[in-house]
Design a protein. Structure first.
Lengths: 307, 466
């Protein structure tokens, strides 16, 4: 069967690789090309202007710089909080329960909790946006949180959370965490299921509490999953746009307080008619995502434990 | 632009090189930034009053309609009129809300539609289209004999001031088909019941506010998430005080235009509404639907919206609600108290590279016929830019009175001319009216962005009456 092996394999690869090249690689390459032009997006005329777009990117303190700052904040906060909550819930639902007759299991009703936590994952982002927009609304317009705070006599932002520069970004991040945590709960749960029970039993026999079990056994053995989750969440963080678009005043406001890179790319490409500038920002984002993935894979590398 | 190789001397290396370049070029041919530059034909006005543009009756016509508040039923009927004259013409009718998504790529491929209703949130930026030379001038249309009377040109059938919005440096590129005005709305029935007089001046309005509040009603609300609803209110307040030239200076990015005393006075007056607590709580956090609902529910007495409001609220408005428009109450010592932001809206454009330009002009001519305008009036209860179409609702009649003096019609343009200014004025107005920015800070931010725009050579500059 040696003869004709490569043509056979190639025939399988040609279509997917071709499609990938045509639909993914080529547009990417084109974004690079466009970013060196002054193309508006609504014409087939353009001129090459070198690195001007890239230079101007970092002078734009109305949209680009706030967007970079906000995306940076999301990039740090979103993975940390989501992974911490995901791990905590997964641990409680699988291992953290009171041990009965030496069996290790989760807290009561863990199956029910798992499903409930997973709910947001089923909703589309657009629906989540509309839902939470109402939850965050001003008190006299039926806002749930503002209304709740008011009912307990606590101060709440009179214009709702999304129209307040101090809270808008945190509010968006909270929704992102809320919608992502269920998935990572299930993700970590399945990873935990592959950790041999005897390790825990040995730990418990040696007198380890929940806290020690988690940090000494669970977390080290889950490291690879955590790392994967980190990369996924970082990509989500770089990409976050739909929620900002759906929920915030002026699709990134009030007054630029929730601009994110994805949103600014969209604004420049479609409302400003500056496709080339948008492409330049897209290229920057591309390299940011790439280096992020490389860095986290490089520095997160640990010895694999076989069991 | 690619050039053919000049030397016929072909070496092996050169052959490989050019083949590679050719391959690269052809593969890019499928992509966004390529596409040939088609020859564009110029349309001239002929002698035949029935068919002044020399339409080829067998040529297909492609019409793209923004399927928003006005729907697209009226366009279907306009197309029927077109087919009456040219039964063989196949009309491709597209109704969509995603104008930029569906049409922008076609512009960049050099294969746009013939008539485009470039409206809605997904409008393709007009300044970019004009600067790129992608739009056909509408002069032939305006000079052509009108559909109904060969002795009257199309231009003479239009209301005053309606071409301004589609005019860029003296050239008309868009036909704004709907006549609309930005006004302040109140419920006339409520005002009658409470014995309130609709205020003429800002001071009268301020004097009325405590009475309104005493009834448990907030004096003002607006679409806080879209502060652009405040744009015309603010600018008319300034323009009424200082005269229209103040606004023209702002539009034309004159130095210190924003520092003009009238503009400062208007900013202070608007800010004063917030300071005095005359704005419905939570207003900065609500959208246009919520603010209009609050207005319908008598939670607020005044709301700035365009003249489409009564149509939009048809079927939603509470029984007995009487939408009544008024100009923004003018400040003490106003030089031009009748000034009002009114003119054309809903821009229809003909792409420069349209395949059937004569057909596109003819289609617009049909839209501007008495029959075409009446169709629009009947189907959506809104006025078109054509003179002499009667509308049968009180709000439209009251609006007509407000816009009766052609001298007082003016549409502030800078937000349409300069996207960068548009991007700043919206949040700035929002910040001013929610107390985030003081009037001084507001004026400084606007002056700064105006100066930056003026200094930026890459931005094409526009002027009034060029």
């Amino acid at each position: 069967m040696r003869h004709g092996k490569y043509p056979f394999i190639l025939s399988f690869l040609a279509l997917p690789v071709g499609l990938y090249a045509w639909l993914v690689l080529l547009p990417f390459a084109q974004a690079f090309q466009i970013s060196f032009t002054d193309w508006s997006g609504s014409s087939n005329q353009f001129e090459y202007i070198g690195f001007d777009n890239y230079v101007n990117l970092f002078k734009d303190d109305r949209l680009v710089l706030p967007a970079l700052r906000n995306t940076g904040i999301i990039l740090v906060v979103l993975p940390v909080v989501t992974i911490a909550l995901g791990l905590f819930f997964a641990f409680m639902l699988n291992i953290g329960g009171r041990s009965r007759q030496g069996r290790i299991e989760g807290v009561r009703g863990s199956r029910f909790h798992k499903i409930v936590f997973f709910f947001p994952q089923v909703l589309s982002l657009a629906i989540i946006g509309i839902l939470w927009k109402q939850v965050y609304a001003p008190e006299n317009f039926g806002g749930l949180i503002t209304g709740g705070l008011e009912a307990f006599g606590l101060p709440s932002p009179v214009n709702g959370f999304l129209a307040d520069k101090r809270f808008v970004l945190a509010s968006v991040i909270a929704v992102l965490v809320w919608s992502a945590v269920g998935f990572y709960l299930v993700f970590f749960s399945s990873a935990m299921a592959s950790i041999p029970r005897d390790l825990y039993e040995a730990g418990i026999v040696d007198g380890a509490g929940r806290f020690q079990t988690f940090f000494r056994i669970t977390l080290p053995l889950l490291w690879e999953s955590v790392q994967t989750a980190w990369i996924y969440l970082s990509i989500i963080a770089l990409d976050v746009f739909v929620l900002v678009y759906m929920m915030t005043p002026g699709k990134g406001g009030p007054d630029g307080a929730s601009e994110v890179v994805g949103g600014v790319i969209w604004k420049y490409a479609f409302t400003h008619g500056e496709q080339a500038f948008a492409s330049a920002l897209g290229v920057v984002l591309f390299f940011a995502a790439l280096s992020l993935a490389v860095v986290s894979l490089r520095f997160g590398r640990r010895e694999r434990i076989e069991f | 632009m690619r050039k053919p190789p000049t030397t016929p001397n072909v070496s092996r290396r050169r052959l490989l090189g050019t083949t590679a370049a050719g391959l690269a070029a052809t593969s890019l041919g499928a992509c966004a930034t390529s596409g040939g530059d088609d020859d564009t034909e110029d349309v001239s006005v002929g002698d035949d009053a029935e068919n002044p543009f020399g339409v080829d009756g067998s040529a297909p016509l492609e019409v793209v309609i923004f399927d928003g508040g006005f729907g697209n039923e009226y366009a279907v009927q306009h197309e029927e009129i077109y087919n009456r004259a040219f039964p063989d013409a196949e009309i491709k009718h597209t109704a969509t809300q995603a104008i930029a998504e569906t049409q922008q790529p076609r512009f960049s491929q050099g294969e746009p539609c013939d008539v485009l209703d470039n409206s809605g949130a997904q409008q393709i930026p007009m300044d970019a289209l004009v600067t790129d030379g992608e739009l056909a001038e509408l002069t032939p249309l305006l000079e052509a004999p009108s559909y109904d009377d060969p002795n009257v040109t199309v231009l003479d059938t239009l209301r005053d001031g309606v071409l301004t919005a589609g005019t860029f440096n003296g050239k008309v590129y868009a036909l704004n088909y709907v006549f609309s005005a930005w006004t302040i709305w109140y419920d006339a029935a409520l005002f009658r019941e409470k014995g309130w007089t609709p205020p003429e001046t800002w001071d009268q309005m301020l004097a009325l506010c405590p009475d309104i509040q005493a009834e448990g009603i907030a004096p003002w609300t607006y679409a806080g998430q879209h502060p652009v609803y405040l744009y015309d209110m603010f600018l008319m307040l300034a323009g009424r005080h200082g005269g229209v030239q103040v606004l023209k200076d702002i539009d034309e990015l004159k130095p210190d235009a924003w520092h003009n005393a009238s503009v400062v006075a208007a900013a202070e007056a608007m800010y004063g509404l917030w300071e005095a607590g005359y704005i419905l709580d939570g207003t900065p956090g609500i959208d246009h639907i919520q603010s209009q609902t609050a207005f319908n529910n008598h939670e607020a007495a005044f709301i700035p919206v365009g003249s489409w409001l009564p149509n939009e609220q048809k079927g939603i408005a509470p029984d007995g609600f009487e939408y009544a428009p008024m100009g923004v109450p003018y400040l003490e010592g106003s030089a031009q108290p009748g000034l009002i932001s009114a003119g054309g809206d809903e821009p229809f454009v003909v792409p420069e590279k349209a395949a059937n330009k004569p057909g596109a002009y003819e289609y617009l001519r049909i839209m501007l016929s008495q029959e075409g305008a009446q169709i629009f009036g009947d189907t959506v209860q809104a006025a078109t830019v054509v003179k002499g179409v009667e509308l049968d609702n009180p709000a439209a009649k009251m609006t007509d009175e407000l816009v009766s003096n052609p001298e007082d019609l003016f549409q502030p343009r800078f937000r349409f001319w300069y996207t960068k200014m548009n991007d700043e004025v919206r949040p700035a107005l929002g910040a001013l009216m929610s107390g985030e920015n003081t009037p001084e800070e507001f004026i400084e931010r606007m002056q700064t962005v105006a100066d930056e725009t003026a200094a930026d050579d890459s931005i094409e500059k526009f002027h009034h009456d060029a």
